[in-house]
Design a binder for this molecule. Structure first.
Ligand SMILES: CC(C)(COP(=O)(O)OP(=O)(O)OC[C@H]1O[C@@H](n2cnc3c(N)ncnc32)[C@H](O)[C@@H]1OP(=O)(O)O)[C@@H](O)C(=O)NCCC(=O)NCCS
Length: 191
């Protein structure tokens, strides 16, 4: 069970559940073909974004059981602009496993916001939900995303060759992971 206190505050960011008023800011990047190239969804219309924001399951603020995911808005503390979104999925309670994901508006990439927000999601997963292992799955061509995961201290575990028929072509997937023990060791090394 995960019931965070919101907003989750990091050095430069505040993370909070999505609300209907976020539609325009989300649409600004979720509608872009370059943003969607390596992620599961296709560019979204404003109507689609608004409809998703009307769904309690897609705007949930807690994880009550495995199989659920939270997607949080990534907001700049200075100015309050929504610059992206991050996801934590609780995959299995038996195996205490989860998965993270992240998207940042190209206008705000190159500042470390994806890494900073994802670090907070790892903290939620390991320290609050008590996960044993968190993974991330990336299109092998997505160098920017692989760099985020390396920055977070996640290990590359696998390169799956042409494992998915994705948006009209065979694509390779790279899998990254981190264990709770590795998370704690990395925190100790920082101190
Ligand atoms: C993947 C994605 C989130 C990466 O965004 P990003 O802004 O490059 O990632 P980070 O937040 O880690 O920022 C890193 C960059 O900020 C720079 N930076 C500046 N200040 C920084 C700081 N304080 N801390 C860390 N990095 C900083 C880094 O040097 C790096 O720049 P570089 O790419 O020129 O080397 C972005 O490309 C994206 O949204 N892509 C589309 C969606 C997607 O593919 N999501 C992932 C699916 S698996």
């Amino acid at each position: 069970m995960l019931r965070p206190d919101y907003p989750i505050v990091t050095e430069r960011l505040a993370l909070r559940p999505l609300v209907p008023a976020d539609a325009a800011a989300l649409h600004a990047y979720q509608s872009r073909a370059d943003v969607c190239r390596d992620i599961p969804y296709r560019p979204r219309s404003l109507e689609e974004v608004e409809s998703r924001l009307g769904s309690p399951e897609r705007t949930r603020s807690t994880l009550d059981e495995a199989g659920q995911a939270i997607v949080l808005a990534v907001v700049l503390r200075a100015g309050g602009k929504l610059v992206g979104d991050v996801m934590l999925a609780w995959t299995s309670s038996e195996h205490r496993s989860g998965e993270i994901g992240y998207v940042v508006n190209p206008d705000h990439q190159g500042h470390g916001y994806a890494s900073e927000a994802s670090h907070a999601m790892l903290r939620l997963g390991f320290d609050q939900l008590g996960l044993h292992r968190i993974i991330a799955r990336v299109d092998a061509r997505n160098g920017a995303s692989c760099a985020v995961l390396r920055r977070l201290g996640m290990r590359q575990e696998a390169h799956l060759v042409e494992n998915e028929w994705f948006k009209g072509e065979w694509t390779d997937e790279v899998d990254y992971a981190m264990l709770a023990a590795e998370w704690r060791a990395a925190l100790r090394a920082r101190d």
